[in-house]
Design a protein around this ligand. Structure first.
Ligand code: TPP
Ligand code: MG
Length: 349
């Protein structure tokens, strides 16, 4: 009986005996690559700071969730994808992921200020940005929904045999949502090419992962579905990229889905309206002082012989790009009233 119970229903060996991905090492970046990672992370940091300012000035309406602190995750992971072949989908904290994919900061900022030139014609705002050209499928406000949609994108990759992989991001809070596990089941059963990325920034809106999760080691959440998981330092861009390489090997090798739990931290509130009563200032300051992903890359660059003076032009270039994006977003016209009637799905079901 015990023997029979140990056998898998689909005749594959029990999970304990199965092949597992290796714990990935840090990616060995060239100086040029590391400089590019630095540039991209700094762009996200400065862009988000500016978005925070514009929000404070009343130029951005609705919700706005900043990515400050988490930059290494999007940059490290997406630097290893093939734009236009692989697909990406995420939740509402999406500006950083778009920037990491090289999407024009002007059209992202213009979307934030609700202008016609915005990437969703000013009608999506912070949480609903898409670039089908990049196969970037949002930007979703419903917690966890992007996981099921991501499974759908992965199904399409498999169905069309296009060699692509879907990278589906979600948070530690979303990891407790039911539909996530329905998606896990199907993705594993059909061996879909999908990397489930849990951005564990330690908090949902105001609840810490330990308070809300019976199993807070989120990389283990796929065990019941035969999806292996890896826990990664999400404050280290090279660890993130190393993880992506291992995950791609697994998924492109036809072995089905994999989970990457990225241990990261958000410095700012959940959204721009967050009373921040659930954690101390000291905790945030300590993360900023000891684990900042950008400072870390700076130190690595220094070790490679790149001086502070060599980084200055990059900092200046980024400030210019961000300030131009804000000017563009402030001065671009709002959508015409007629736009209320376009891009609206009206059908009878
Ligand atoms: C289905 C659903 N339930 C609740 C909410 C409200 N809500 C928005 S964000 C959030 C917390 C999600 O936290 P997490 O998944 O950790 O993502 P993070 O904000 O940390 O990136 C909640 C509960 C929602 N948008 N959708
Ligand atoms: Mg979270």
């Amino acid at each position: 009986m015990a023997k029979a119970a140990a056998r898998s229903a689909n005749s594959e060996p029990p999970i304990s005996n199965r092949e597992r991905p290796e714990q990935p090492g840090r990616y060995e970046a060239s100086k040029e690559e590391l400089l590019e990672f630095y540039r991209q992370m700094l762009l996200i940091r400065r862009f988000e700071e500016k978005a925070g300012q514009l929000y404070g000035l009343g130029l951005i309406g609705g919700f706005c969730h900043l990515y400050i602190g988490q930059e290494a995750v999007a940059v490290g992971l997406q630097s290893g994808l093939e734009i236009g072949k692989d697909s990406v989908i995420t939740g509402y904290r999406d500006h950083g992921h778009m920037l990491a994919y090289g999407i024009d900061p002007n059209v992202i900022m213009a979307e934030l200020t609700g202008r016609q030139a915005g990437i969703s014609k000013g009608k999506g705002g912070s949480m609903h940005m898409f670039s089908t050209e990049h196969r970037f499928y949002g930007g979703h406000g419903i917690v966890g929904a992007q996981v099921s949609l991501g499974a759908g994108l992965a199904f399409k990759h498999k169905y069309e045999d296009d060699g692509g992989v879907c990278l589906a991001y979600f948070g530690d809070g979303a990891a407790n949502q039911g539909q996530v596990y329905e998606a896990f089941n199907m993705a594993s059963l059909w061996k879909l090419p999908i990397i489930f990325v849990i951005e564990n920034n330690q908090y949902a809106m105001g609840t810490s992962v330990n308070r809300s999760s019976a199993e807070d080691q989120l990389y283990k959440r796929g065990e019941s579905f035969r999806i292996p998981g890896l826990q990664i330092d999400g404050m280290d861009v090279l660890a993130c990229r190393g993880a992506l390489e291992e995950a791609l090997k697994w998924v492109r090798g036809g072995k089905g889905p994999i989970i990457l739990e990225m241990k990261t931290y958000r410095y700012r509130g959940h959204s721009m309206s967050d009373p921040a009563k659930y954690r101390s200032r000291d905790e945030v300051q300590s993360m900023r002082d000891n684990s900042d992903p950008i400072e870390r890359v700076k130190r690595e660059l220094e070790a490679m012989g790149v001086s502070e003076a060599e980084l200055k032009p990059i900092d200046q270039e980024i400030r210019k790009i961000v300030s131009e994006s804000a000017d563009f977003a402030e001065n671009a016209p709002e959508p015409e009233p007629g736009e209320l009637y376009t891009d609206v799905l009206v059908e009878t079901y």
